[in-house]
Design a protein around this ligand. Structure first.
Ligand code: BDR
Ligand code: CA
Length: 349
């Protein structure tokens, strides 16, 4: 199913500096319904927007949340693991197992985004401790076990650096066919956010991203081109707070922290909830329009390190004998996205 947007509706997407706009195509990602929820593992580095993405999944009958695994990214991995445990506790989902994964990239130095998300990863929000602990088997083994034992193929939403997913594909190559889809937040057709070339999740581990995009596993890349249209503002935060629940307060605080920072840095009155778009795409078939691209990750040490080079020009792909290896998000309905999030949080305690 395609989201039914036309190429002309790309008008407001200023972030894509390309003369060729690939038209919206049929999505390849599966999606869940209340009758047949999609089995999903979220691999995350919570993270302000990760926390909202996990809340969306935790609240939605279209998703069977099998696990949340963690990776170092926005904050140190031990903090991210503690955040995942505490968020699930606040969301009333202590039934969802958590396991800790890679502390940092496969190669090179560790990149963090604490200037964006705060030292703790979740701004200035404090969360009640969970009585659960992370599973001792670790993130990659837990994902492998779930892939092996779940009766149907499982979708993964990687919303942090791709280190765990690359390790999974290298350690358990026979399980790649058990992944129904990788709906990842990362990359950009256009400009990056950490550097002019690169988006954070990709530059935090470009070699891992390279393994993932070359893997042949079906991928949707929810990059900055679409996530910068998935915006919340002060009114959204007020609507979350007005829910009068613990989860609503948490979501409001996290959103306000991001809004304060954006206002200070750039005068912007909105904040992009990047990671929740990857989860939303697996729940709502016609929310995100995607186009097929061949995505290559720049792993050089130059100024384009971490860039996702997205080629969607049919002539060039034919000439070079390449096939698209990913659906790439291009358009989302902002109002519908905001309602989806607020409605989901309204179902949480
Ligand atoms: C991505 O980087 C992280 O800081 C966010 O959580 C999101 O996954 C956006 O570039
Ligand atoms: Ca993230």
């Amino acid at each position: 199913m395609s989201a039914g947007y036309t190429v002309d509706e790309w008008g407001p997407v200023h972030a894509i500096p390309t003369f060729h706009k690939a038209g919206a195509g049929e999505r390849t990602a599966p999606f869940g319904t209340a009758e047949h929820p999609i089995p999903l593992i979220i691999d995350s580095d919570p993270g302000l927007d990760d926390a909202l993405a996990i809340g969306l999944a935790a609240a939605s009958p279209e998703i069977q949340l099998l696990a949340v695994t963690t990776v170092g990214g926005n904050a140190d991995v031990t903090r991210c693991t503690e955040n995942a445990l505490r968020l699930l506790h606040a969301y009333g989902r202590d039934d969802v197992p958590v396991a800790e994964g890679a502390a940092g990239a496969l190669l090179g130095s560790i990149v963090r985004a604490t200037e964006v998300h705060g030292e703790s990863g979740i701004g200035s929000t404090t969360l009640e401790a969970s009585t659960n602990a992370a599973r001792p088997e670790g993130a990659v083994a837990l994902i492998a076990r779930l892939l092996e034992t779940h009766p149907e193929p499982v979708a993964i939403a990687p919303i942090g650096p791709l280190t765990n997913i690359a390790l999974l594909l290298r350690l358990y190559p026979h399980l790649s066919s058990r992944i129904s889809h990788l709906c990842l937040m990362g990359g950009s057709i256009g400009e990056g956010n950490t550097t002019a070339s690169a988006e954070f999740n990709i530059i935090a581990d470009p070699e891992a991203a390279d393994v993932v995009f070359r893997s042949g596993v079906p991928i949707t890349m929810i990059g900055l081109d679409v996530t910068h249209q998935a915006l919340l503002d002060r009114e959204s935060a007020a609507a979350l707070r007005a829910l009068g629940t613990t989860s609503g307060r948490i979501a409001a605080e996290l959103t306000e922290f991001a809004l304060d920072r954006n206002l200070e840095w750039s005068g912007s009155t909105t904040t992009a909830i990047h990671d929740a778009v990857a989860v939303a795409h697996l729940m709502v078939p016609d929310l995100v329009a995607v186009a097929p691209y061949h995505v290559t990750v720049d792993t050089t040490q130059g100024p384009a390190r971490g860039r996702t080079v997205c080629d969607g020009l049919p002539y060039r792909l034919r000439r070079d004998g390449r096939q698209p290896n990913a659906d790439v998000g291009i358009v989302i309905d902002r109002g519908r996205f905001e309602r989806l999030l607020v409605d989901a949080f309204a179902r949480l305690p």
